[in-house]
Write a protein that binds this ligand. Structure first.
Ligand code: NAD
Length: 415
């Protein structure tokens, strides 16, 4: 049975890297746990007049390399352990792409699908009232994640600036453009992932019309579907899914039309010219590239043997359990691990902070160029490590990222 607690899985992944790196006991223990954890109980007035109580978290995992940085998730299944795991992965993510930030994450246990816009605004403002003193450009910087949007970032920025009494655009990233957002932030996660798929395809000697499937059709998944062809020059999208199930056509699906269909109907199901496919079957398709872009634990010890993709680009955080990883490696599936594959989002968030700080804004071309450079060099560092240590890409990414964080902790005299 796979362990489905994402934080225990994050710790198990770190433990494996710690042995190879020969980390001393204190450094290893320090990196296994968040340095700071905060829990909040937020009363929010609903449209009905009733007051509902929400449980919320902010975890500042490690700040050795710079202020903590990480998204805010709103999800019914959010727990302190999902937030801890995501905060740990943020720490490794900022490190693997070598940006001067630490890792953090926030979460609220709630179901935004059942909330009105006004209720979401009140929840966003309540979250900031609880966390304002913990946040800051030089302390901790939130951003969007699952079910949080640029509009939610805008309300949060407004509440923060109202409390502090002056302008602080860099305190939150993923903002709408008129409030100091960056060009290219919306599709940055998927774009960064496809840049590393391009590099992986070169090392695997894969070329031509690569077939691909996308699990999860939200922010990351929709952009992956549309940008794959644009960045690689060609490609055939054969299946996509969302929480309601998937659609499949072996001859190819039009990504733009699918995005339109999802926007119009709220789901991918019922897309004309496609047959239904379950989420489980989608993951097991014989494709060149699989993009898990939904949530944790999609690929476990139960289905890993049946994964046939040549490259798996983990746009989601934590889609693969450690026991599944071993099976994928044995079967020659080339995994681009989450905190490398989806680091494009935080990288452009970092560009957004830089632009906010010097109050000068880049063009879209500048953002794409800088993102490509960072992702390509992160891939090269991880790939070189995997060749040198003869380990799979996830372990190699851990070796690169953890050694940088450990070095920063040592230089500060913490361990
Ligand atoms: P989102 O809320 O926009 O989309 C999530 C999608 O997954 C939705 O379409 C939902 O229907 C679908 N989904 C949920 N459960 C599913 C299931 N069992 N099978 C198939 N589909 C399912 O979220 P997002 O921002 O696209 O994030 C997706 C993943 O990418 C998360 O793991 C997130 O942490 C990660 N991520 C996102 C960003 C970003 O910038 N958006 C950055 C880094 C990592």
């Amino acid at each position: 049975m796979s362990d489905l607690n994402p934080f225990r899985n994050a710790q198990a992944q770190l433990d494996e890297a710690a042995v190879i790196l020969g980390l001393d006991k204190a450094t290893h223990e320090l990196l296994r746990w968040p340095m700071r954890e905060h829990r909040f109980t937020l009363p929010v007035r609903m449209d009905s007049g009733e007051t509902r109580i929400f449980h919320a978290y902010r975890i500042q995992y490690n700040a050795a390399r710079g202020p903590t940085k990480g998204g805010l998730r709103w999800h019914p299944d959010e727990t302190i352990d999902t937030v801890r795991a995501l905060a740990a992965w943020m720490t490794w993510k900022t490190s693997v792409v070598d940006i001067p930030l630490g890792g953090g994450k926030g979460g609220v246990t709630c179901n935004p699908k059942e909330m009105s816009e006004r209720e979401k605004e009140r929840l966003a403002r309540a979250y900031i009232r609880a966390t304002a003193d913990l946040l800051g450009v030089d302390r901790d910087v939130p951003a969007p994640d699952v079910y949080t949007t640029p509009q939610i970032m805008a309300w949060m920025l407004d509440e923060y600036e109202t409390i502090k009494g002056h302008s602080h655009p860099g305190v939150i990233t993923g903002k709408p453009l008129p409030l100091g957002g960056s060009q290219g932030r919306g599709d940055a996660t998927a774009r960064g992932g496809i840049y590393v798929v391009r590099e992986a395809a070169k090392t695997r000697k894969l070329s031509g019309d690569l077939s691909y499937a996308v699990q999860g059709f939200g922010n990351a998944g929709q952009f992956a579907a549309t940008l794959h062809k644009e960045i690689l020059g060609s490609g055939k999208l054969v299946a996509v899914s969302d929480s309601g199930g998937g659609v499949y056509n072996k001859n190819g699906l039009d990504p733009q039309k699918l995005v339109h269909h999802k926007r119009e109907t709220g789901r991918v199901g019922g897309f004309p010219g496609a047959e239904p496919i379950s989420n489980e079957a989608l993951l097991e398709l014989d494709v060149d590239v699989l993009y898990p872009s939904a949530l944790e634990n999609a690929i476990t010890g139960d289905n890993a043997e049946r994964i046939k993709a040549k490259i798996m680009c983990e746009l989601a955080n934590g889609p693969t359990t450690p026991d599944a990883d071993k099976i994928l490696h044995k079967n020659g599936v080339f995994v681009l691990p989450d905190f490398l594959a989806n680091a494009g989002g935080v990288t452009v968030s970092y560009f957004e902070q830089v632009q906010n700080t010097y109050n000068y804004y880049w063009t879209l071309e500048d953002v794409h160029q800088q993102l490509d450079r960072r992702m390509t060099s992160a891939f090269a560092a991880v790939h070189a490590m995997s060749q040198k240590q003869k380990v799979h890409m996830r372990l190699a990414a851990y070796l690169v990222a953890v050694s940088r964080v450990a070095e920063a902790c040592k230089l500060r005299g913490w361990v």
